[in-house]
Each structure stands twice: as structure tokens, then as C-alpha cells.
Design a protein around this ligand. Structure first.
Ligand code: DP6
Length: 326
């Protein structure tokens, strides 16, 4: 390559309704269970990758800080895979930022690695098909495989890549995110799922039950049945957390505020608003509802003690390149 080539991509975060927790193959980063997620319009990572023949090592800056250690290694490993596909040895400069509060503990690796795969492939002059990019992103972080696509997205058991099942325009739902007061530094998903697999007697039960729950979630999405989707996705989240709680020592991501928010969602439901909660590897509560109900749900969560802020998001699009100058 003769001159530096700079490419910017945007990818959106996603929240799983049928959860991924546990790996069948750690080296290949193959999930032990199928998952289905919703891509979120309001949470974005923007990543610029420049191929620079003058560099002798990759440079990685995440949210303005130079990445070191494990964070840097994960990025460089993804870049190495892209370089092998492009038959290139050029070093790359990566700058990525999130427009949502990562300090608040909201997952950023999914959107970050999806944007990195897309921008990196183009910076190396090897545009890859979305399924190929999704497989590259999956090896970095399995939830990232889903952020290449918009709307409702599945990562099937044993699949190399994720695939979209229903696009954003087909079913206007919303997700309301209650960001709760941050507790002690939490365990990463990668470490947490390894610990659950190694020590929780409930882990095999979770892995055995997850495929049927995933099927229920996928069917409800295809039928656009919010009640069914909500019931199955709440159970997926609770079963995943049950497997973590039974680990030794216990992996407790939920806080008292989480439980209060769950209770508030159940109260909304009793009062006639279809709203359903889900939680990931942190205390924040994400609530699925009709787009028209989102403001009311947000108001109900905002008034809870311990809720620091509330974000409302519609369903987001696929990862995309940002034209230079736009
Ligand atoms: C609880 O995709 O972050 O958010 O593959 O080890 O990087 P790695 O794990 P990651 O795990 C996400 C776990 C989850 C549920 C989900 O998104 O499906």
C-alpha cells in the first residue's frame, strides 16, 4: 500500500433477548448456546482505522486513552485476522469512541468490535461480506457478531456468523435502559462465563434449557408477539443469572436497584403496559416495550431511588461505513 488509507465505521450496541452465556470452545470463541438480540439505535461506537506503512506497530486508542494489556491484545488479534485475509502486513492506527457512557458499565465491546471489523477490512482494501465480518467479530467477542446487523439478529448454535431475522422497520419496539448506580468493579463477561462454566452446578442446566428458550424467543419475534417475546426473554435473563448466582464464589451482577427496577416493570405490566426486563453482566435494567409506551416506562424508572439516568432507544440499523467528510 503506498499511502495511508483511513476508513470510519459506525456500529450499534445490541441487547440479547435470548442470552449468550458460556462457550463451547474457548479458543474458537464458539458460544455454548444460541442467542437473539436487538440492535439499539441510541448506543453507537464510531471507529476509524488508518493503514499506515510508516507504523511499525498497531496504535489503539479507545475513548481517548491508549489501550494496553488485554484490551489492546483483543484489538490486535482481530486486526491480525484481517491482515491474514488481506495478505497484508501493514500496521494500523485505530481510534474508537462510544457515544454512550461506558463508565456506567454498559457493554461496549459488541459495537466496538463490529465497527472495528468493518472499518479495518476496508482500511486494508479488502471489503468482506457482512457474514464474514460477523465471523471475524465473533472471534473477538461473540456478542459483536450480532452488531454487524440491524433489527433482530440471531447467532445460532455452532454458527460462524450472526444473521438478521427481522429488520428495524418491521416492528417498532423500544428499549428503555435504567442505568443504576455503579457498584464495585464488575467481572467481565468473558471471565464471568468461564467461572460459571467451571464452578456452577446450574451451568449444565442453563446450557440444556437455552435452545428451547431461544426457539421461543425467535418464534415470538417472527410472529411479532410482544407478550410471548417478553415472557421468554425474561426467563432467559433470569436463567442466565441463576447459573451465575450458583457459581462458587457467586457471581452477583444484580443490585438492590436492579431488583427494584424489575419490581417496577412488573407493576407497570399489572397496570396494563406490556413491558419486560432483561439484565446482562451488570446491574442495569433494560426494558423492552412498544415504542409508544417508552416515555411512560422511562418516567416510571426515572423516579426510582438508585437509578442514575434513563436512556430510551429505538431499534438500530446495521453497521455502516461513514463517508469521508460526513
Ligand atoms: C451477558 O460477547 O461480551 O451480554 O464472547 O467472551 O467477548 P465474549 O463475551 P460477550 O458476552 C455477552 C454476554 C451477555 C449476553 C449477550 O449479549 O448475549
Amino acid at each position: 500500500m503506498s499511502a495511508a488509507r483511513s476508513v470510519t465505521a459506525v456500529a450499534h450496541a445490541n441487547i440479547a433477548l435470548a442470552k449468550y452465556w458460556g462457550k463451547a470452545d474457548t479458543a474458537a470463541n464458539m458460544p455454548a448456546v444460541p442467542s437473539l438480540s436487538l440492535t439499539l439505535a441510541a448506543l453507537r461506537s464510531t471507529t476509524t482505522v488508518s493503514a499506515d506503512p510508516a507504523l511499525d506497530a498497531d496504535e489503539v486508542t479507545l475513548d481517548g486513552a491508549v489501550a494496553t494489556g488485554r484490551a489492546r491484545e483483543r484489538v490486535v488479534r482481530l486486526l491480525d485476522e484481517l491482515r491474514a485475509l488481506a495478505r497484508s502486513t501493514v500496521r494500523l492506527c485505530v481510534r474508537s469512541h462510544n457515544d454512550f457512557p461506558t463508565a456506567a458499565g454498559l457493554a461496549s465491546s459488541a459495537s466496538g468490535f463490529a465497527a472495528l471489523a468493518l472499518a479495518g477490512a476496508h482500511a486494508l482494501g479488502t471489503p468482506l461480506a457482512p457474514a464474514k465480518l460477523s465471523a471475524v467479530a465473533r472471534r473477538a467477542s461473540a456478542s459483536a457478531a450480532r452488531s454487524l446487523f440491524g433489527g433482530f439478529v440471531v447467532l445460532r448454535l455452532g454458527a460462524d456468523a450472526a444473521e438478521p431475522v427481522l429488520d428495524a422497520a418491521a416492528w417498532p419496539l423500544a428499549m428503555v435502559i435504567a442505568v443504576t448506580a455503579s457498584g464495585p468493579k464488575s467481572v467481565s463477561s468473558t471471565d464471568g462465563m468461564g467461572h460459571t462454566r467451571a464452578t456452577s452446578p446450574y451451568y449444565p442446566a442453563w446450557v440444556a434449557a437455552a435452545p428451547a428458550l431461544f426457539d421461543e424467543v425467535e418464534r415470538a419475534v417472527r410472529e411479532r408477539d410482544l407478550e410471548k417475546l417478553g415472557a421468554a426473554s425474561e426467563q432467559s435473563a433470569l436463567m442466565m443469572h441463576a447459573s451465575m448466582l450458583a457459581a462458587r464464589p457467586a457471581l452477583v451482577y444484580l443490585s438492590p436497584v436492579t431488583l427494584r427496577a424489575m419490581e417496577r416493570v412488573r407493576a407497570l405490566r399489572s397496570a396494563g403496559t406490556p413491558a419486560f426486563y432483561t439484565m446482562d453482566a451488570g446491574p442495569h435494567v433494560k426494558v423492552l416495550c412498544e415504542a409508544a409506551a417508552a416515555e411512560g416506562v422511562a418516567e416510571a424508572l426515572r423516579s426510582l431511588e438508585g437509578v442514575e439516568r434513563v436512556l430510551v432507544s429505538g431499534i438500530g440499523p446495521a453497521a455502516q461505513l461513514v463517508e469521508a467528510g460526513s
